[in-house]
Design a protein around this ligand. Structure first.
Ligand SMILES: C[S@@+](CC[C@H](N)C(=O)[O-])C[C@H]1O[C@@H](n2cnc3c(N)ncnc32)[C@H](O)[C@@H]1O
Length: 270
C-alpha cells in the first residue's frame, strides 16, 4: 500500500511514518495492507527473531481451530474478538458462520487502519450478525456496553483475546480487563487467548531483544509474560484440554507440531 492510498482515519490518526502492530502483523502473515515502514521494522524483527513469522501464522491457525471447536463441539454462537487485527483470509465470523450461519460476532480494535478495513469484517450471513467497535482494550466497560447492542450477554460468549493483552503493559491492569469482560458474560462462556512469552521451554528467549527493538521503533509498546503470568489470566476458569500450551499444540492439526513462543489456550467459565 502506498501512502497516498491511505484510508481516512478513524478515532486515531493513520500514521504511516511509524510501524504499527496491526500492519506489521499483517505483513508477517503475508498480507498486503502495510507500508514500507512496517515492512522495514517487520524485516528487522524477523532478522533478529526469525520464528516471529511462524508465530503470527501459528496464532491465526490456532484462531481457526479454536473457533471451529467452540462452534462445532461446544455450541457457541457468539464471539467478542478483541484486538481483531486487519482482515485476512479467514476471519472469526467467516470461520464461525461457515459451521453455524446464525453466529454473531463483534470485533474490537483501536488501530485506524483496522477501522478503515472494517467493512470486510461486516459481511455477515443474513441469519447471523457482525459489528465492529473502534475501542481501546483499556476500556473494557465501553467494549462490553457497545457489544451488548449485537450480542445477547445472557447467553454464552467466547471472549477472544489473541495477541492483545501483550499491549497492556501492566499485568494487574491486564488481569483486571480479563476479569471485567468475563464478569459481563454468563457461565458457559469461554476465554480464548494467545500471548507471547520469553519462557525458554517455548524458545522465547529471542523475544527479549526483538521486543526491545520493537519498543524503540514501533507502536504500541509490547511485553511478553511467563507461563505463571499468563495462567493467572484464567483464574476462576476451567482449561479445556490440553491447557496452556504453545498455540501450535492446541488441538494440533499434525502429530508433531513445532513449538512457538506464543501460548494459546481456551477455558470455560463454569
Ligand atoms: C498481534 S495483532 C493480533 C490480531 C489477531 N487477534 C490475531 O491473533 O491474529 C494485535 C491487534 O491488537 C490491536 N491493539 C493493540 N493495542 C490495542 C488496544 N490498546 N486496544 C485495542 N486494540 C489494540 C492492534 O491494532 C492489532 O490489530
Amino acid at each position: 500500500m502506498s501512502e497516498n492510498q491511505a484510508p481516512s482515519s478513524g478515532s486515531g490518526r493513520l500514521n504511516t511514518g511509524v510501524a504499527h502492530n496491526a500492519r506489521v502483523w499483517n505483513y508477517w502473515i503475508g498480507g498486503k495492507d502495510n507500508y514500507e515502514v512496517d515492512q522495514a521494522v517487520g524485516d528487522q524483527v524477523a532478522g533478529m527473531f526469525p520464528v516471529i513469522r511462524d508465530v503470527a501464522r501459528a496464532d491465526r491457525e490456532f484462531l481457526g481451530r479454536a473457533v471451529r471447536h467452540l462452534v462445532e463441539n461446544r455450541g457457541v454462537r457468539q464471539f467478542l474478538d478483541i484486538g481483531t487485527g486487519l482482515p485476512t483470509l479467514d476471519n472469526t465470523h467467516e470461520i464461525a458462520q461457515r459451521s453455524a450461519p446464525d453466529s454473531r460476532i463483534v470485533y474490537v480494535d483501536n488501530d485506524p487502519i483496522v477501522l478503515a478495513h472494517a467493512r470486510t469484517l461486516l459481511t455477515s450471513t443474513r441469519e447471523g450478525a457482525t459489528d465492529y467497535i473502534d475501542a481501546d482494550v483499556h476500556r473494557p466497560e465501553t467494549i462490553v456496553e457497545r457489544a451488548s447492542a449485537t450480542l445477547d450477554l445472557d447467553r454464552p460468549v467466547a471472549v477472544m483475546m489473541l495477541g492483545i493483552l501483550n499491549f497492556v503493559l501492566d499485568t494487574h491492569k491486564a488481569q483486571d480487563i480479563v476479569r471485567q469482560v468475563l464478569s459481563a458474560v454468563p457461565s458457559g462462556s469461554y476465554l480464548v487467548l494467545t500471548h507471547p512469552t520469553t519462557d525458554t521451554d517455548l524458545g522465547g528467549e529471542g523475544n527479549v531483544e526483538a521486543m526491545k527493538f520493537w519498543n524503540e521503533n514501533a507502536t504500541p509498546p509490547i511485553t511478553a509474560r511467563t507461563r505463571a503470568e499468563v495462567t493467572a489470566f484464567f483464574d476462576g476458569l476451567e482449561f479445556l484440554e490440553p491447557g496452556l500450551v504453545s498455540c501450535t499444540r492446541w488441538h494440533a492439526a499434525t502429530d508433531s507440531p513445532t513449538t512457538v513462543p506464543q501460548f494459546g489456550a481456551v477455558a470455560l467459565k463454569p
